[in-house]
Design a binder for this molecule. Structure first.
Ligand SMILES: *[C@@H]1O[C@H](CO)[C@@H](O)[C@H](O)[C@H]1NC(C)=O
Ligand SMILES: *[C@@H]1O[C@H](CO)[C@@H](O)[C@H](O)[C@H]1NC(C)=O
Ligand SMILES: *[C@@H]1O[C@H](CO)[C@@H](O)[C@H](O)[C@H]1NC(C)=O
Length: 560
């Protein structure tokens, strides 16, 4: 559930800086799509020789145009730079906000530090929404004033420097405080707070979700640029027969984060006894598909393992007359359009509106309810989140006895935590009638599905039934866990806890013995291993599977 959890990285994502993030994201998307478009053009020109023989003039000017525009874009120096600087500013707002929340929860209310974080966040916000900058840099379609950009860059850089040094100082003391006090309740409370912040409207959460750290963003850009520079090297490959071979071990990984996916795949392969029998089905969004393909083409997985890469859009059966979430998102989009009319007007670029819609992200999240249709030939599939690391050979999961159940997962409840009552609205008569509020919840992250049992139990229909009832969000609020708990209520088999150990993204006191014994560890929570705010004691578990020899990883300053 990387996509969803990433959405909750910072509370207080108010209107203060949203227009800025909005623009910067749009600029990024436009840039990527312009690049992709040009790439397509150049592929067309280079793969259709007859065009040049029959009409040399057109082809020549076409090519020249492509070259010129591409160079202009690639070297356009200002737009790209503006985009990167602005992104850096908004990313730091999220980061500083996260630290402010932690400081507050650690009850350092009166401390100098908390005040400084607060001030810093405010300063950042003022900076990116300063009318002089907004007008000269973000609301212009053409020329960016270099002088003003330079000034903006300098101000952002100064603030980033301050933020970095404050975070470095705070991080140490917070990590220690967290360790010493074992503030489990506090941690839960912060987690809840962040969840709540995420629920504060799709718009704010979308911006948080989109506030990808600069390094991830840089990596995706580099990969796309690589494809544009060498289109002949990155032709689409034909589907392999292994993709549909039910005797192999199949994984589903749905993510828009290239480096995270590469870590998951790498960690599986490195720990597999027979890697050539493992098949990864990676699904991403349209925007990241090219980047993913280039990555796995430049850095093929070892051991003869197989990787299939697709975009959500490639699954034609997912249309809004069939999929409740898509229908609901369309309704939400209409409402959103009304609310955000101002922003839409300001940029007059209606075409890009659809990328500000949570549809792509959310459909990627809800894909997990469609395995039997996505992979009709398969009998079992293992679903992995993109924030996990695999530490053992997992093949036993394909032969584990699920007692005829559809789904196997590790349960997460203890005491009164993580029971159904926490996820579903038991004041609702339908929920009350069907479910036990004390029933133990499980987690996504590592889930084995028996697709034949799924087809027999008609689990997708179950899911559709409830998702349709929840149009007004009275049964549950957001996310995929509540509908998952509903859909697989009586069809889940509990797996041994060592299969899936969670909490590495928020809980500083997970025992190292438990971690070392785990088949899969999960960085659920906001402190993802690829972020600055990662808990340092767990970071190596993840970074040791990062392909740090890869030139773009080095170029993009991941700092692992
Ligand atoms: C939507 O998909 C379903 C199957 O998933 C199909 O039967 C239906 O014809 C599709 N509808 C449209 C409008 O494409
Ligand atoms: C948006 O554009 C429409 C038509 O161009 C105009 O009537 C409306 O006042 C504009 N809204 C805002 C908030 O600028
Ligand atoms: C829970 O369900 C009841 C009954 O439908 C409804 O009145 C209430 O608003 C719901 N609670 C939430 C938080 O949606």
């Amino acid at each position: 559930m990387a996509v969803a959890t990433r959405g909750g990285r910072g509370p207080g994502l108010g209107a203060g800086h949203s227009p800025g993030s909005f623009f910067s994201y749009r600029i990024f998307v436009s840039a990527v799509f312009s690049l992709l478009f040009l790439a397509t053009l150049s592929v067309l020109f280079t793969t259709r020789p007859y065009a040049s023989s029959s009409d040399p003039d057109v082809a020549m000017t076409g090519n020249a145009y492509v070259h010129r525009s591409f160079l202009a874009l690639k070297s356009d120096p200002l737009r790209t730079r503006l985009d990167l600087i602005h992104k850096q500013a908004t990313d730091h707002i999220v980061l500083v906000d996260a630290y402010t929340a932690y400081a507050r929860k650690l009850k350092v209310e009166n401390s100098r530090q908390l005040r400084m974080f607060d001030d810093l966040a405010q300063n950042f916000r003022d900076l990116v929404s300063k009318p002089a900058y907004v007008e000269a840099l973000f609301q212009t379609d053409g020329h960016v004033d270099e002088e003003i950009l330079r000034q903006f860059e300098k101000e952002v850089k100064d603030k980033v420097k301050v933020a970095r040094s404050m975070i470095a100082e705070a991080k140490e003391s917070y990590d220690n405080q967290l360790k010493i006090q074992k503030l489990k309740d506090t941690i839960f409370a912060v987690h809840e707070l962040l969840l709540k912040a995420r629920k504060n409207g799709a718009y704010a959460s979308l911006i948080a979700a989109k506030s990808v750290p600069k390094s991830l963003h840089c990596l995706a850009m580099r990969l796309v640029e690589e494809k544009i520079a060498h289109p002949e090297k990155y032709k689409d490959e034909k589907p392999k027969p292994e993709f549909e071979d039910p005797s192999l071990y199949h994984y589903a990984i749905f993510s828009d984060n290239v480096i995270a996916v590469s870590v998951v795949v790498n960690s599986v392969v490195k720990n597999a006894k027979e890697p050539w029998k493992h098949v990864f089905h990676v699904v991403t969004d349209k925007m990241n598909l090219a980047a993913m393909k280039v990555w796995f083409s430049m850095r093929p997985v070892g051991g003869g393992a197989h990787v299939e890469m697709k975009a959500v859009e490639d699954f034609n059966f997912l249309n809004s007359s069939y999929v409740p979430v898509l229908r609901q998102l369309e309704t939400a989009k209409l409402q959103n359009l009304n609310i955000n009319n101002g922003a839409a007007n300001a940029t007059k670029d209606f075409n890009n509106m659809k990328f500000t819609n949570p549809k792509y992200l959310s459909m990627l999240n809800h894909l997990r309810f469609y395995f039997p249709e996505m992979y009709p030939k398969l009998h079992r599939i293992l679903f992995l989140d993109d924030d996990v690391v695999v530490q053992k050979d997992l093949t036993a999961l394909w032969s584990i006895d699920l007692d005829g159940k559809v789904h196997g997962a590790v349960e997460t409840c203890f005491g009164s935590f993580h029971r159904y009552a926490q996820y579903l609205n038991f004041s609702h008569p339908l929920i009350k009638e069907k479910f036990n509020p004390r029933a133990c919840a499980w987690a996504y992250g590592l889930n084995i599905f028996d697709l034949d049992a799924w087809r027999r139990e008609k689990s997708t229909e179950q899911y559709h039934y409830w998702q349709n009832l929840n149009e007004d969000r009275t049964l549950w609020k957001l996310g995929t866990l509540p509908p998952g708990l509903i859909t697989f209520y009586s069809t889940t088999k509990s797996l041994d806890k060592s299969w899936h150990v969670r909490g590495l993204g928020y809980n500083p006191s997970v025992s190292m013995d438990v971690i070392n014994n785990a088949a899969v560890v999960h960085f659920n929570g906001n402190m993802k291993p690829w972020l600055d705010i990662a808990l340092s004691q767990y970071k190596d578990l993840w970074t040791k599977y990062v392909d740090s020899d890869m030139e773009f990883v080095q170029m993009c300053n991941f700092g692992f």
